[in-house]
Design a protein around this ligand. Structure first.
Ligand code: ZN
Length: 151
């Protein structure tokens, strides 16, 4: 997929996140950590999260791979800050629906924020996995955290 195929505004947001990934650091002693890759594209992402009173207060995001996977991971790192794990799960579902081309309810669209910049990716089915990689990794981490903590 060529980034040129995307709407100009969205392309600028994606390029900005590629060049300046948000929360691009490694957290020591995180409450939750997870990593994974997308072998079809060679994308890799690792995440660490610190929680306080059930909310995400610190995020460490590292990765390499294509611009869609890295921009999507960085945008995700930006939007999940301050959110509860439940809210993150809801956002993941909304974003997955967006990628599947499912019509969103107005209150769902309102919650997307910068995630909307990735909406053009759904026209390129092979790259949807790239856009969803960070979210899948985060959800794996949340599942493991919840089972380790008896929730
Ligand atoms: Zn990729």
């Amino acid at each position: 997929m060529e980034l040129e195929a995307l709407d100009e505004l969205y392309r600028d947001i994606i390029l900005d996140h590629c060049k300046n990934p948000r929360h691009a650091n490694h957290l020591d002693h995180p409450d939750l950590e997870s990593q994974g890759n997308n072998p079809f594209c060679g994308d890799e992402i690792s995440l660490q999260v610190k929680l306080s009173q059930g909310r995400i207060v610190e995020i460490g995001f590292n990765g390499r791979g294509c611009s869609i996977s890295q921009a999507s991971g960085s945008i995700m790192a930006g939007v999940i800050e301050g959110k509860s794990l439940e809210e993150v799960g809801e956002l993941a579902n909304i974003f997955r629906d967006l990628m599947k081309g499912k019509a969103l309810l107005p209150n769902e669209s309102d919650r997307l924020g910068e995630l909307e910049a990735l909406s053009g990716v759904r026209e390129f089915p092979i790259r949807i996995k790239c856009a969803l990689l960070g979210w899948s990794i985060l959800e794996d981490g949340i599942k493991k955290y919840s089972s380790d903590n008896g929730e």
